[in-house]
Design a protein around this ligand. Structure first.
Ligand SMILES: *Cc1c(COP(=O)(O)O)cnc(C)c1O
Length: 467
C-alpha cells in the first residue's frame, strides 16, 4: 500500500488553488510562531506577497549595493549557499577561492610583492573597517607602550573627515576610541588636508582616508595625505598610518583611473577595505580588507582554524556565514577580467556624466559631483532657483514613478545644505537613464504647476506624499 485513506487528504489539499486555500483566507500568525505549518507553495506565496510593495531594487538610486547579477552567477551562488566560509577544513576549495580573491585585490591595489600582505573576506565594509581600525589600535598601543607612553592617560583617537560612513562611528563606540572629525566645508567636500594634522597627537591610532565619501562621492586626496603623514613620521617618534576606506572607490578607481595613486603605491597606506557588493558587482554581503604587510596586523588579532589537518589564520570578526558571495566575487573576477570591469565601470560613469549634464541643463541645480570619480551625481537646489518646492518634494515626485532618489542634509558643519544623490550602478543602463531624465523633467513640471503639494520649509528627511 502506497498511502492510506487518511493520507489522501494531503493529496487533495495540494489540488486546492493557493488563493482558495484555508491559509490564504486567514490572517497569518505574525509575532508568534503558529502551532502548525503549511504547504511550501502557500508559504512561498504568502512571503512573496508580503514583500510585494517594496521598492523596485533596480530603480533604487539611493544605494551603492549591487542589484543585478548574471543568471549564471545567481545559479552558482544559489548552488553554494550551504557552504560555510569559516569551515576551511570541510571546504578547502572555497578557502582557496577566497585566497585567490585576496591575492587578486592585493595585486589590483598594487601591494608591493616584496612585502607580505594579508587579507580576508568579511560580511561587508563595516566588518572590514572594524578590522582595519582594530589593527591600527592594537599596533598603536604596542608601539606606544614600547615608547613608554602612558596609554591610559587619555583615549586613543581616530582622525577622519566628517563625511565618514556610520561604520566608523560604530567602530569608535564599540572600541572606545575618540573620533576626531575634520569638518568638511563647501570648498572641499572631502578631507581638508590643510587642517588634518591639527587633529593628530601621540594618541592617534591612524587617519582614515575615504575613497568615495558616502554623501558626495568625492575622493579624499590620499596622495597628499600620504605626503603629510610621511613628513610627520620623519619628525616624530609616534608613527602615523593611513587606512583607506575604499568601500565604493577601491573597486572602481583601479579600472577607470589606474594612474590615480591612492593605494599601496603610497608608503603610508597600510590597509584598504572595500565592499564586494558595491562596485565589486556582487549581491550583498561581501567585503574585503588587505594589509600591505603582516606587520600592520598585530598577531593578537589573528586566530587559527583547522584546515586540511593543519592550521589556517583567520582574522574576521564573524564566524559562520555562507561562502556563496565569496564564490560570486570570484565568478565575477573570472567572468569579467580586468577589461570587463573596466568596460562596465566606464559605461556606468558615462551614464552618470549624462545624468549630471541633463540635470545641469535645467539651470535649477548646483552640481556637487558629476560622476567624475565614482559615478555619483549629487546636487543642491540653487539659492536663486526661484521655485517653491524642495528636493524632498522632488524625491517624492520621482518616487511616484518608482525612482528612489534620496535628499538629505550634509554632515556636521554643512548641515544646512540639503543635497540629492543618484548612485549609478552597472544595471542603470543608458536607456533606463533616459527614461529617468524624462521622469525628472515631468516631476519638475508637475511641481511647478501644482497648487498645494510641498513640505513646509525646514522639513527634514520625511518621505511620503503630501497630496
Ligand atoms: C558603504 C560604505 C561603508 C559600509 O559598507 P558596508 O559594505 O555596507 O558594510 C563604509 N564606508 C563607506 C565609505 C561606504 O560607502
Amino acid at each position: 500500500m502506497l498511502y492510506g485513506e487518511k493520507d489522501k487528504k494531503w493529496d487533495k489539499r495540494y489540488e486546492v488553488p493557493i488563493f482558495g486555500s484555508e491559509e490564504e483566507g486567514m490572517t497569518v500568525s505574525k509575532y508568534k510562531m503558529a502551532e502548525s505549518g503549511m504547504e511550501p507553495r502557500i508559504a512561498y506565496q504568502l512571503v512573496k506577497d508580503q514583500l510585494i510593495d517594496e521598492g523596485n531594487a533596480r530603480q533604487n538610486l539611493a544605494t551603492f549595493c549591487q542589484t543585478y547579477m548574471e543568471p549564471e552567477a545567481e545559479r552558482l551562488m544559489a548552488e553554494t549557499l550551504e557552504k560555510n566560509a569559516i569551515d576551511k577544513s570541510e571546504y578547502p576549495q572555497t578557502a582557496e577561492i577566497e585566497n585567490r580573491c585576496v591575492n587578486i585585490l592585493a595585486d589590483l591595489w598594487n601591494a608591493p610583492p616584496s612585502e607580505t600582505y594579508m587579507g580576508t573576506s568579511t560580511v561587508g565594509s563595516s566588518e572590514a573597517c572594524m578590522l582595519g581600525g582594530m589593527a591600527m589600535k592594537f599596533r598603536w598601543r604596542n608601539l606606544a607602550l614600547k615608547r613608554g607612553l602612558d596609554v591610559m592617560r587619555q583615549k586613543p583617537n581616530l582622525v577622519i573627515s566628517s563625511g565618514y560612513q556610520v561604520c566608523w562611528e560604530k567602530f569608535c563606540v564599540y572600541w572606545d576610541i575618540e573620533m576626531r572629525e575634520v569638518p568638511m566645508d563647501a570648498a572641499h567636500l572631502s578631507i581638508d588636508t590643510e587642517k588634518v594634522l591639527d587633529y593628530v597627537d601621540d594618541y592617534t591610532i591612524g587617519i582614515v582616508g575615504i575613497l568615495g565619501i558616502t554623501y558626495t562621492g568625492k575622493f579624499d586626496d590620499i596622495k597628499k595625505l600620504d605626503a603629510l603623514v610621511g613628513d610627520y613620521n620623519e619628525t616624530h617618534e609616534h608613527e602615523l598610518v593611513i587606512h583607506v576606506d575604499g568601500a565604493s572607490g577601491a573597486m572602481f578607481a583601479p579600472f577607470v583611473d589606474p594612474s590615480l595613486e591612492w593605494d599601496f603605491r603610497l608608503p603610508n597606506v597600510v590597509s584598504i577595505n572595500t565592499s564586494g557588493h558595491k562596485y565589486g558587482l556582487v549581491y550583498p554581503g561581501v567585503g574585503w580588507i588587505v594589509w600591505r604587510n603582516k606587520e600592520y596586523l598585530p598577531k593578537e588579532l589573528v586566530f587559527e582554524v583547522s584546515y586540511l589537518g593543519g592550521k589556517m589564520p583567520t582574522m574576521a570578526i564573524n564566524f559562520s556565514r555562507s561562502a556563496s558571495q565569496i564564490i560570486g566575487q570570484y565568478y565575477n573576477f573570472l567572468r569579467f577580467g580586468f577589461s570587463g570591469y573596466q568596460e562596465i565601470h566606464e559605461r556606468t560613469k558615462k551614464v552618470a556624466l549624462f545624468l549630471a549634464k541633463e540635470i545641469d541643463k535645467t539651470g535649477l541645480f548646483e552640481i556637487y559631483n558629476n560622476g567624475e570619480n565614482i559615478p555619483i551625481v549629487c546636487y543642491k537646489l540653487k539659492e536663486d532657483a526661484g521655485v517653491p518646492w524642495t528636493l524632498y518634494d522632488l524625491a517624492d515626485r520621482l518616487l511616484m514613478k518608482g525612482w528612489q532618489v534620496p535628499a538629505y542634509p550634509l554632515p556636521n558643519a554643512m548641515e544646512d545644505t540639503v543635497i540629492q544623490r543618484y548612485v549609478c550602478r552597472a544595471d542603470l543602463g543608458f536607456n533606463m537613464a533616459e527614461e529617468l531624465v524624462l521622469d525628472f523633467h515631468d516631476a519638475i513640471q508637475e511641481l511647478n504647476a501644482a497648487r498645494i503639494l510641498y513640505h513646509d520649509e525646514g522639513e527634514n528627511k520625511t518621505y511620503g506624499f503630501t497630496h
